[in-house]
Design a protein around this ligand. Structure first.
Ligand SMILES: [Zn+2]
Length: 194
């Protein structure tokens, strides 16, 4: 054996460590704006986010969770399960609650949730789509089947409201007038905790 021949096991573990190093260092050296979207898919949604920190913030802002014998209604949850699993459960529970309040349960296409880093990024997204300044804190775009939110200015009621727009707009054969859907969507966020 030549003197510089490393055992295979050593090389494999070195390779794994290098990969781990790469995995953890890339997100912290990049600015949020330059990062590509990452994705978490749930039963009802496709969540787009850019950093782990943003996904954590998103998760912390949704306290709603599947009702069960132990976990009932609104509970702040932070268990041992991984972040993506927690997010999936919370987002799907919130979506089902919106469906239940509206009594509109139907198989519809999944809605994308774009989590923007800050107000500027959110406003830029609005400008890019509609070519005019953004007058809202969050919105749902039917043509893109997408909810646009700013991670620093969101709460679960706001997210449930935008989910409601998606549910309402896709429930009827003909989309209801925007004033009607706004009344129904407001009904959802105001009845979330009841
Ligand atoms: Zn609305």
């Amino acid at each position: 054996m030549p003197p510089y021949h490393f055992p295979e096991k050593f090389l494999i573990s070195l390779y794994v460590w290098l990969l781990l190093l790469l995995f953890f260092c890339i997100p912290c050296t990049d600015a949020a704006n330059g990062l590509d979207w990452q994705t978490v898919e749930t039963k009802y949604t496709i969540i787009h986010y850019r950093t782990q920190e943003e996904l954590e913030k998103f998760s912390d802002k949704i306290r709603y969770r599947i009702e069960g014998p132990v976990l009932k209604g609104f509970l702040f949850f932070r268990g041992s399960e991984d972040l993506a699993t927690t997010v999936v459960k919370k987002v799907d529970a919130l979506f089902e609650k919106a469906q239940q309040i509206l009594d509109m349960r139907k198989n519809i296409k999944r809605v994308t949730i774009n989590i923007h880093h800050d107000k500027e990024q959110l406003h830029q997204a609005y400008q890019d789509i509609y070519n005019k300044p953004c007058p809202v804190r969050a919105w749902y775009e039917y043509a893109h089947t997408t909810i646009y939110i700013n991670i620093n200015d969101m709460h679960e009621g706001m997210l449930a409201h935008e989910m409601a727009h998606h549910i309402i707009d896709n429930y009827f054969l003909v989309r209801p007038p925007s004033a009607t859907s706004e009344i129904l969507a407001r009904y959802v966020d105001s009845h979330l905790k009841k």
